[in-house]
Ligand binder design. Structure first.
Ligand code: IVH
Length: 675
């Protein structure tokens, strides 16, 4: 067991580290660790202090609220201190808080109010004589910074209160940047070659710290108010919800998702529900704040030096973490596209361990300016693919240089990588490139194509290195003896793979078409060709005009398919497949008309006649797609009950048609938009 001195020095080290992180977060707006990592340090410190109460000091970060005050803005003293919140990270901790509340109230149960925990900055607005007198940041909880001129530019913040408002009204809430505003800001920053902001919270903080309020005004900040501070001459209230209604009546923005709930079971369901739906909002949240509703019970419970005992922040699992970017590599796709990707020190984020993340293209690496050796912020939100947000500049090693796109591929042929004028992509233009060849074989065997279990990247590389497969046709010539001298490939594993290969010979024609990897030919178009022609031979021998005459097929796909089959090397592969016994004409004709071929329809909110799965299946059965988010390419957005605000807002912003359920039914039938 560690002795007392060791513990004391660990506590000292943790305190120093936490103070430094607080300084970076609150004063410099330049955190070097994610919120989750910071929370872990605080938890460790708190646990040690609980075990060794004699080591607690009044200046420990566990006893104080985060930030200090910078020299740039004037100081404002909060007459009622702005406190922080204690955190709960799971049901057990939430229940432990509930038990403390009940004990504190002498075994009386409490009713709760649950609110979204907005990921922004705490703000105090002070009105004197009905006019906005001061807006101040939280600072260290006692003294904050005067940011009145900047906050006055936020459109939802009232500049004057209605007649009859009390002489002094102080209101607290969270200033935040909506996601759409954040994305637009970063797009502007990128276009101007300026530094990108890591997330909406950081950009809100940066925007409030501007010396020129005009810049703040251009940043489209918003605010949700959640509590009165000092009020002189106001009405008396008995519970929290009443105070919120009053704030709303004075013109303050109060979040619509606030609920009064009976018991922590309901609270927990609310927390889990929002954890799942957090991305349906147009702003970021990082948890739920649970508060005791009755004000008399709040008084009874009181506060520690740092946080009230009557509230707790239920924090969601982190979607952002920092990790080391070990290297930037380039992968060559089956069409020759060279995609840079980050090799990361594995990090658990957003529900899975991430060790690779795409960096998309040359420009993205340049704009983000991420370099091997950097500590980077990695984000994995919902089912979105992992992303490198940007570097933590404060932790950049001294000897560091910007990464440049390699001009030569590191494949055995050392082919040049070229970026053509006006294009975003860098490519390998060598048709014999072994990396492209391998990527085509991997694609052929993949799930939406021939679905050959066990023939993934590693096996393809292994077989390709031994010259056993050079194109997809060679897969079917593999025999047991080819594996005899390969380490780790016994009779069982090679037998399994050969069975899976044999089984793939009877895949449906649309899968076979997709497997060939023809440019622009996706699953919806493959299905249309299969239904129209019935066999690979008929498609192969069709003219460009005949291909283009298929319902839902445009001239680009028709030309691409026609071109692919005109190349001798491709025909040779087709003949290898035929000789191996791959079936060319297995078609399950669908009776459903392909009214939505290639169209993307986003569904948000609940429909009466369809579950979410049924709505998606109906779209897909008609050849359409049903992505999770709205973009320029979205054909229509179907809106049911309780729709996601972000999707609705995005559809309106981009001018994407919005349909109700009746419009959706008509769309399924005809493929046309009503009106
Ligand atoms: S109540 C004394 N309600 O979370 C209680 N805080 O981690 C004061 N926050 O400092 C806070 N949404 O900046 C409250 N609905 C909400 C909130 C909220 C976000 C922030 C606030 C607070 C921090 C604590």
């Amino acid at each position: 067991m560690a002795d007392h001195d060791d513990i004391a020095s660990e506590i000292d080290a943790l305190r120093a580290e936490i103070r430094e992180h607080n300084r970076r977060y609150f004063e410099l707006d330049e955190p070097t660790v994610s919120d989750a990592e910071f929370d872990e340090l605080v938890r460790r410190l708190r646990a040690l202090e609980e075990e060794h109460p004699d080591l607690i000091t009044p200046d420990s970060p566990t006893q104080r609220v985060g930030g200090a005050v910078s020299a740039t803005f004037a100081a404002v003293v909060h007459r009622v201190p702005m406190m922080s919140l204690d955190n709960a990270f799971d049901l057990k901790e939430l229940n432990a808080w509930g038990a403390r509340v009940e004990r504190g109230l002498g075994r009386v149960s409490a009713a709760f109010v649950a609110e979204l925990k907005i990921d922004g900055l705490a703000m105090s607005l002070r009105y004197e004589g009905g006019r906005l007198a001061h807006a101040a940041t939280r600072g260290d909880g006692r003294v904050g910074e005067d940011v009145t001129a900047n906050v006055a530019t936020i459109s939802v913040v009232p500049k004057r209160l209605p007649k009859g408002a009390p002489a002094v009204v102080e209101v607290r809430g969270e200033v935040y940047m909506p996601i759409a505003a954040f994305e637009a800001l970063n797009a502007r920053q990128a276009a101007a070659g300026e530094k990108l902001f890591a997330n909406p919270r950081n950009s809100a903080a940066g925007s409030l710290r501007q010396k020129d309020p005009k810049i703040t005004a251009s940043r489209e900040l918003a605010m949700w108010c959640y509590q009165p501070g000092e009020v002189v001459g106001g009405p008396a209230f008995t519970n929290h919800l009443e105070t919120l209604e009053w704030l709303e009546s004075l013109g303050f923005p109060v979040n619509p998702e606030i609920r009064r709930l009976d018991g922590l079971d309901e609270v927990y369901t609310f927390c889990q529900g929002w954890q799942e739906r957090r991305h349906s909002l147009s702003y970021e949240i990082d948890g739920v704040v649970v508060k005791v509703d009755a004000l008399s019970q709040r008084d009874e419970l009181g506060a520690t030096s740092k946080a009230p005992r009557w509230a707790i922040a239920y924090k969601f699992p982190p979607e952002e973490r920092t990790t080391l970017l070990k290297d930037i590599m380039v992968s060559i796709g089956r069409t020759g596209r060279a995609t840079p990707f980050a090799m990361l020190e594995p990090v658990f984020v957003g529900g899975s361990t991430v060790s690779l993340a795409t960096l998309h293209n040359d420009d993205q690496v340049r704009v983000k300016d991420v370099r091997p050796g950097d500590t980077v912020i990695v984000r994995k939100a919902g089912d979105v693919i992992p992303e490198v947000v940007g570097p933590v500049l404060a932790l950049r090693p001294e000897a560091s240089a910007p990464w440049t796109f390699p001009t030569i591929c590191n494949c055995p042929l050392h082919t040049p990588l070229v970026r053509l004028e006006g294009e975003a992509d860098t490519r390998c233009v060598e048709p014999a490139c072994p990396y492209q060849r391998d990527a085509r074989i991997i694609h052929f065997a993949s799930r939406g194509a021939m679905d050959i279990e066990g023939l993934g990247e590693r096996t393809v590389y292994l077989l390709s290195d031994r010259n056993l497969v050079r194109d997809a046709g060679d897969i079917y010539a593999l025999r047991r003896e080819h594996f005899a001298d390969i380490d780790g490939w016994g009779d069982v594993s090679s037998g399994n793979l050969l069975n899976a290969i044999e089984g793939s010979k009877t895949r449906l024609l649309p899968n076979l078409l997709v497997a060939l990897g023809i440019k622009h030919l996706g699953p919806a178009a493959a299905l249309a060709f299969a239904n129209a022609f019935g066999s690979l031979d008929a498609i192969m021998n069709a003219s460009r005009e005949e291909l283009g005459a298929v319902e839902g097929i445009g001239p680009i796909i028709a030309a691409s398919v026609h071109h692919w089959f005109s190349e001798a090397a491709n025909r040779a592969i087709v003949e290898k497949l035929r000789a191996a016994g791959v079936i060319f004409d297995r078609v399950e004709r669908t009776s459903v008309a392909q009214t939505l071929l290639g169209k993307a329809i986003v569904v948000t909110g609940g429909l009466e006649g369809f579950s979410r799965e049924e709505a998606e299946a109906a779209i897909k059965a008609r050849g359409g797609k049903s992505p999770g988010s709205v973009s320029k390419k979205t054909y229509a957005v179907v809106v049911g009950a309780d729709p996601g605000a972000a999707k609705f807002a995005k559809a309106t912003e981009l001018g994407v048609p919005v349909l109700d359920e009746a419009g959706f039914v008509a769309l399924l039938e005809s493929g046309a938009l009503p009106g």
